[in-house]
Design a binder for this molecule. Structure first.
Ligand code: ATP
Ligand code: MG
Length: 369
């Protein structure tokens, strides 16, 4: 999606697949014969679309001096311990937490933070993977067993650690996506309200936010982005606890909860990321129309009937289907929140609740709004 959005800016994009270690065409997935070193030798800019990049690849990119947002930002986003240290430095609030590398730390964390606890691996987690919930004393030993296996799998170059967080009784989850250019200028999209099912994002809605919450999120964005001297799109996920935002995590990249910007804004998160890393002026992030995004998880295709609903666009990623895998998304826009609710009600008729949870409920809430 980044490369598609760059095409009309006359930016040519090649991709490097860290799994196959091949340089590929990002749209057709066709492999080139060039090595990574050859491919990056003559480019103007290099960027990343996820945090879990092998250290040697990251080092090669960083050495060029044209890698944005840079190795430190990527490493911070890929390590919850580094992430918490960044939040402390930027003075942005998050859930009370403790870092764990041995059993006594775990027992102290249970004492200090209380139960229930959310325990997360610092490295390698995504989509709710690498997490445990500690609710009762009799679970502690079995959970520690699994935690100790993760800790033991660390190496000298990538030592493993685990973080325990207080379980936050949040009212809802929201995220802010923004972009920062080479001169430190920021543009920030309107806050997005997100629903997760089994730890995975299923539905996002943008266009409902009150200015006080938006201002809190923007202050956190600016503090974190400037602490990292960030260039590109940065996403921050929050818990909303009675009108106060606590950071859950940051993502140094375009983010699933910003996919709605493709139809909801003049300039999408994908295009703004490419503009920022290429040194072009960053574009308008204001809301053009209320928009919702529905994730397509583990399905073999998107039902074509959804295309007959007004305001709907479908986005298919062309990946091999696996249970729960993010295969694509559906955006739906409208001229008002009420109309967005009506369009979601039409989609709820076409998309089964078990595969696409929360659409009918969100629709009702928007229609009543
Ligand atoms: P992703 O990369 O898909 O955003 P992830 O695997 O990085 O997910 P988190 O975002 O940290 O994991 O957690 C997944 C979900 O678990 C959160 O969106 C939230 O619903 C819940 N969760 C995580 N931490 C806490 C917490 N401290 N208190 C309450 N709920 C939490
Ligand atoms: Mg998350």
């Amino acid at each position: 999606m980044m490369s598609l959005s760059a095409t009309h800016l006359d930016i040519q994009v090649s991709a490097y697949d860290v799994a196959t270690q091949q340089v590929i065409n990002p749209v057709t997935f066709e492999a080139h014969s060039a090595t990574l070193e050859q491919a990056i030798a003559n480019v103007d800019a290099i960027t990343a679309e996820f945090e879990h990049i092998p250290a040697d690849v990251l080092a090669v990119c960083q050495q060029t001096g044209k890698f944005y947002p840079g190795a430190e930002a990527i490493l911070t986003g890929g390590d919850r311990g580094k992430e918490k240290a960044l939040l402390e430095k930027a003075q942005v609030a998050c859930a009370p937490y403790a870092l764990i590398t041995e059993k006594s730390h775990f027992l102290d964390a249970i004492d200090k933070l209380g139960k229930p606890l959310v325990v997360k691996t610092c490295q390698a987690g995504y989509d709710g993977k690498g997490q445990w919930r500690v609710k009762h004393d009799d679970e502690v030993d079995a959970i520690w067993q699994e935690m100790s296996e993760f800790l033991a799998a660390g190496t000298d170059t990538t030592p493993h650690a685990i973080i325990a967080e207080q379980m936050i009784p949040f009212d809802r989850e929201v995220s802010i996506i923004g972009v920062r250019d080479h001169h430190g200028q920021c543009r920030i999209y309107p806050l997005t309200e997100n629903q997760h099912t089994n730890g995975v994002l299923t539905l996002s809605v943008a266009g409902k936010e009150k200015s006080t919450i938006q201002a809190q999120a923007e202050t956190a964005f600016s503090a974190i982005a400037s602490e990292l001297d960030y260039v590109g799109v940065l996403a921050i996920e929050f818990f909303d606890v009675d009108g106060t935002l606590l950071v859950n995590e940051i993502a140094p990249r375009v983010h699933n909860s910003g996919h709605w910007t493709q139809q909801g804004c003049h300039v999408s998160q994908f295009e703004n990321h490419m503009r920022a890393v290429a040194g072009l002026p960053i574009g308008d992030t204001s809301l053009v129309r209320p928009t919702a995004m529905i994730n397509v998880l583990g399905q073999a295709s998107i039902p074509t009937e959804v295309l007959s609903v007004n305001g709907v666009t479908s986005h298919w990623y062309g990946k091999a289907a696996k249970p729960g895998r993010k295969m694509g998304h559906i955006n739906v826009s409208a001229s008002s929140l009420h109309e967005l609710g009506e369009r979601l009600a039409e989609l709820a008729e076409l998309l089964p609740e078990d595969a696409y949870p929360g659409i009918a409920q969100t629709s009702h809430a928007l229609i009543l709004n």
